[in-house]
Design a protein around this ligand. Structure first.
Ligand code: PSV
Ligand code: MN
Ligand code: MN
Length: 388
């Protein structure tokens, strides 16, 4: 039987990157609701992310999305982050909100538009050089809506060429992670729809290119933990975009829709060496908080990841192997479920207190007055939205 005490040390140093866009207003195509205190600048988004880190100790870096977080001086933004106890992390490119990219970006048939998309990634790498970021994350909206609309093979070949040019710009310390998504905004075919395509593309580039797995980007019923296992086995799982979903790419709080799935994913992460010092796997959130307050939404999210990580670490792997090899179906399943059903919340509260953190970060945030303060301080100006 594995106990919390025996795994406590392994929770040390867990890091979950926060997306800057989670702090902006967001919504659906029907309505974007505004929230008092929503940031008006990249700096205010970082200050909010730093608040999440201060109360949880789990979120030392903030991901940027370019041009949503475009500023004049990225080195200064990095110093601002450091002054608030965090640093700038992954740089996300954006080729999905420009009229030129209506028919594609890195896959476009027009060499001028394709070059524009490549140049945007060069600009992102320039930013990474100023912020000290390691990862360039590429997610493409490229695809078609109707059979026959595009030559899927030609688009794949152009994508490969574009990625090679971008990859060649990376320094030895930098990485490229390629995110896949099975549909949306394209509805017939997407140019990077699945882990296999992402794997094929990044494998052709080299060791510094890896796959990014967004947990919301699969068809319903997909066994995501199998994909996690396979990518770790192949040495190509670079990062996660964590969120949860009931229907499509809902971007809800990770662990909210299906905590058991999050547990199963983290079991495979631990099993495959994707967790702990030296692991190449970056944990990130990719979420939107349409109706709930954003900062506590992010606090809840990182706590959910921590809680399920603890439960995954609690799996008695020795006993599990014995049961598996003995063909003990129910015994093996029972060992896994014992870990899943272990309530680690009280132990984690004590673990936090031992480290000078609030036992209950959600309650600490509510009592901190931060939400009221930003609602007052940020009354003027324009609130930022997802995408601006
Ligand atoms: C696309 O759905 C995605 O998951 C990509 O990671 C984008 O960069 C992000 O959402 C924007 O919210
Ligand atoms: Mn994502
Ligand atoms: Mn998404």
């Amino acid at each position: 039987m594995t106990t919390f005490t025996s795994i406590a040390a392994r929770l040390e140093g867990q890091a979950i990157e926060l997306p800057s866009w989670a702090f902006g207003n967001s919504g659906t195509r029907f309505k974007v609701f505004t929230t008092p205190g929503t940031p008006r600048s990249a700096e205010e988004k970082i200050a909010d992310a730093a608040t999440v880190n201060r109360l949880t100790g789990l979120a030392p870096t903030v991901a940027l999305h370019i041009p949503w977080d475009q500023v004049d001086d990225f080195a200064a933004l990095g110093r601002f982050a450091n002054d608030h106890g965090v640093s700038l992390g992954t740089v996300n490119s954006n080729t999905f909100q420009d009229n030129d990219y209506k028919f594609g970006s890195l896959t476009h048939t027009d060499p001028v538009i394709r070059q524009k998309a490549i140049d945007h990634h060069f600009a992102c790498i320039d930013i990474m050089n100023q912020t000290g970021s390691r990862d360039l994350k590429i997610w493409l909206a490229d695809g078609t809506n109707y059979p026959g609309q595009g030559d899927m093979r030609g688009r794949q070949d152009r994508l490969s060429d574009s990625l090679q040019q971008i990859y060649a710009r990376l320094s030895d310390e930098q990485r490229l992670v390629l995110e896949y998504k099975f549909f949306e905004p394209a509805f017939y075919h997407t140019d990077v729809p699945d882990w296999g395509t992402s794997y094929a593309q990044v494998s052709a580039l080299g060791d510094k290119a890896m796959v990014c797995l967004d947990t919301g980007h699969h068809a319903p019923g997909t066994n995501i933990e199998f994909i996690v296992m396979q990518l770790l086995r192949l040495g190509k799982l670079g990062s996660f975009d964590f969120n949860s979903r009931f229907y499509a790419d809902d971007d809800l709080i990770v662990g909210a829709a299906d905590p058991f799935q999050l547990f199963r994913i983290l079991v495979e992460v631990v099993r495959g060496g994707g967790y702990g010092p030296g692991s190449p796997v970056a944990f990130m959130l990719d979420q939107c908080h349409n109706i709930e307050d954003k900062i506590p939404g992010q606090i809840r999210s990182v706590l959910n990841v921590q809680e399920m990580t603890a439960r995954a670490l609690l799996v008695d792997t020795e006993a599990l192997t014995v049961a598996q090899e003995a063909g003990d179906v129910l015994g093996a399943n029972g060992i896994l479920m014992d870990a899943f059903y272990t309530d680690v919340r009280a132990d984690l509260g004590a673990w936090r207190e031992e480290r000078g953190l609030p036992a209950d970060p959600m309650a600490a945030y509510a009592a901190s007055g931060y939400q009221q303060k930003i609602a007052e301080d940020r009354a003027g100006g324009t609130q930022l939205s997802w995408g601006a």
